[in-house]
Ligand binder design. Sequence first.
Ligand code: GAL
Length: 654
Amino acid sequence: MFGVCYYPEHWPQSQWDKDAAMMAELGLTYVRIGEFAWSRLEPNPGEYDFDWLDAAIESLTSAGLKVVMGTPTATPPKWLIDQYPEILPVDPDTGRIRGFGSRRHYDFSSAVYLRESLRITEALAKRYGAHKDIVGWQTDNELCCHDTALSGSELALEAFQHWCQQRYTSIDKLNSDWGNVFWSMEYRDFSEIELPIGAVTETSPAHRLAYRRFSSDQVINYHNPMVEMIRQHAPGKFITHNFIPMNETAVDNFALAAPLDFTSYDNYPLGRTDLLMTGAPAEQLRRYMRTGHPDFATYYHDQTRGLLNRGFWVMEQQPGPVNWANNNPRPAPGMIRFWTLEAFAHGADCVCYFRWRQAPFAQEQMHAGLLRPDNSKTEAWPEAEQAMAEVAALDIGNQPLQPASVAIITGAEGLWVSDIEKQGEAYDFNNVQLSYYSALRELGVNIDFISVDSDFTAYALIIAPSLPIVDQAFVDKCKASSAQFIFGPRAGAKTSEFGYPATLPPGLLQQLIPIRILSVETLRADCMEGLSWNKQQYQSGSWCEQIDAGESEILARYDNGEPAVVRQDRTTYIGTLTNREFLLDFFQQYCQQANIQTYRFGTDIRVCQRGDLIFAFNYSDQPQELPLDSDTSLMLGSAHIEPHGVTVWRPSGT
Ligand code: GAL
């Protein structure tokens, strides 16, 4: 259940056996290799050199280790770019070519690059597909990382015109669907269509939505043949990909994950916390700068797991300071062990540390590993050892994953809509979704991220924080389900082509709750106003909808007495963004009504259940007392939970 990321090509061959022996001694099972090694695998066009890789694999597997082979398509070599410069993508914001010299310098619309990628993938898969100790494959690396999903190239434009023709079939339909009569934007032919970039002011939102859908399809159309190629030559071996979260790439990760055996995630809690909390007041950031925010790592674990609704791997786990955030602190003592246990609690099947040894050269020389460049062990080493012993003692691998009671509906379309139509600077898809998730996690409930296409049967409570586009099939599924549904603001507010519903928002959802949104106001985030619910005062702001509640029950009101939260049967509609206290109290009441167990143990304690084990994680630098019954059967730690400590117990009655 443990592994490491290793780059044999960075070290002299004389080092490989020693490294392998030390990996085995640490108790690791898996070693991921190869994902950036194209220039060594094919130093000249068509001239493959597999001898060094054979030798590296031999060193690793003779020490008893299993290999996960990465395909090297994230880094096309210089000769390939020189031969086919059209592989390079174009930055849609600046119109500049994104050149050679780092990674991910390829355009998803380049047919030449797809051909070349399949060629190198086939060569590797043919050579290593049947190797008994190469147990699985990772495709590419973090597809669309570094903002590479969109390209403004000529190739992308041609492919987009073709995609539009397939989707809309006639130019009149496209003009009408996009509302192109507005500002004389009408096209006479598909060949006239532009990419929605480089215009004077904003382009049509429907045009931009189409470009996002198209770009996401291009990534999937590039990736799927690679998976098929590996399947063909490596039957019976797993294929995974280390996903960048959907809110960063704006790609439909559900569709991207579909052909894989399981999904993987690269967990860098401090880097992500630094980036996500950019602009937050210093007191808030300081609290979490060495632990990561209590909900950021698991937010992505749960989302990655949800893509296929089965276990997942942490393919890369931060072992110390990284090099790529604005600021790169050292983890607090104990955090490597803490994050490892946390990943397993949230359903991981394996945690691989990134990387084996810090590289003394190139871009990531300031990035920690399990070893320093002089081979001394970093603090991560004993912490990984401890986590391994604890994971074994708790037998976490045999704890089945059960469906959570609460599901959050997520998807790329909500994100696209919020990116494309800002309307108010304080509304952001990811912030809204994260605030809902975070409140639910502070209540200690397990959460599954699902898509509109998922099976709803297992869930008592289904929450859609930001779901602007729905279709009739979704509405029918909601009607057929017995769950409680909570919709956040903006639900059903757009047609599939980014129009305003003729019956007013929430459009098709009016079949579940017959209300009409009369207008929307957006306010500065620091201009919150009152919200009264359950005889208590909370706050509302940023995004406030004026609701004609019709016959539905009014649960909460704005300061002016107008409805802000309404309910009809099993459907609740929240028409505004609120403060955290409201979400905590409101969701707690819904959980209680649905008989969902909550553990509200304070702002810095997170509780999560896997199988027969309940885990509590203390994110604070102070000890805390968990209000556990005196006869609780403790499996690890105690009710007095140390700073950055972990306590595990069994639910009563088991
Ligand atoms: C990941 C990436 C790795 C390495 C790492 C550094 O996003 O997959 O190749 O760059 O970050 O933290």
